[in-house]
Design a protein around this ligand. Structure first.
Ligand code: FEO
Length: 169
């Protein structure tokens, strides 16, 4: 495996791992703030990020590189409110999208078309990740902060509907 590619993929492993930690921290905040549905959504999201991390780990190792498991920084533990949580989710996902795009750019520069092909899954995934964060933010705006009970009940249905084969794509 090309060294520069191995390096950038290892940085991504750390970022996906942090994403999982960040959403776990948000889930824990939501759970202790009485938002059961939102907490579940965030716990599921944290698991998905762990799977993203594992995808990168296996790819690096299978291609003859060495995946590095490093320490993760502590995510924020408290949030102003639910809107603050989902704004932070969106900002974080935009950061991850930019980071996936950097991998794509490096693959082109290094003519590593195998990794380019691998990373396409993440390009598509980021479209969904940003879309679902924006959908929740829009719904929050529509409902107003006084109606969080409705969002808390609806949020898992929104996730199910957004998933492949889940009805509304
Ligand atoms: Fe692994 Fe939410 O991007």
């Amino acid at each position: 495996m090309i060294k520069n590619i191995e390096k950038i993929l290892n940085v991504q492993i750390e970022k996906e791992s942090y994403s999982s930690h960040l959403y776990l921290s948000m889930a824990s905040w939501a759970e202790t703030s009485g938002y059961e549905g939102i907490a579940k959504w965030l716990y599921i999201q944290a698991e998905e990020e762990r799977l993203h991390m594992l995808k990168f780990i296996h790819y690096v190792n299978e291609r003859g590189g060495k995946a590095i498991i490093s320490a993760i920084k502590t995510p924020p533990a408290t949030f102003k409110d639910v809107a603050d949580v989902f704004q932070s989710v969106l900002i974080h996902e935009e950061f991850i999208t930019a980071s996936i795009n950097e991998i794509v750019a490096l693959c082109n520069l290094e003519k590593d078309f195998t990794t380019l092909n691998f990373v396409q899954w993440f390009v598509a995934e980021q479209i969904q990740e940003e879309k679902s964060a924006r959908a929740i933010i829009d719904k929050l705006k529509l409902l107003g902060k006084q109606n969080l009970y409705v969002l808390d009940k609806d949020i898992l249905t929104m996730r199910a509907a957004a998933e492949p084969g889940g009805g509304v794509a």
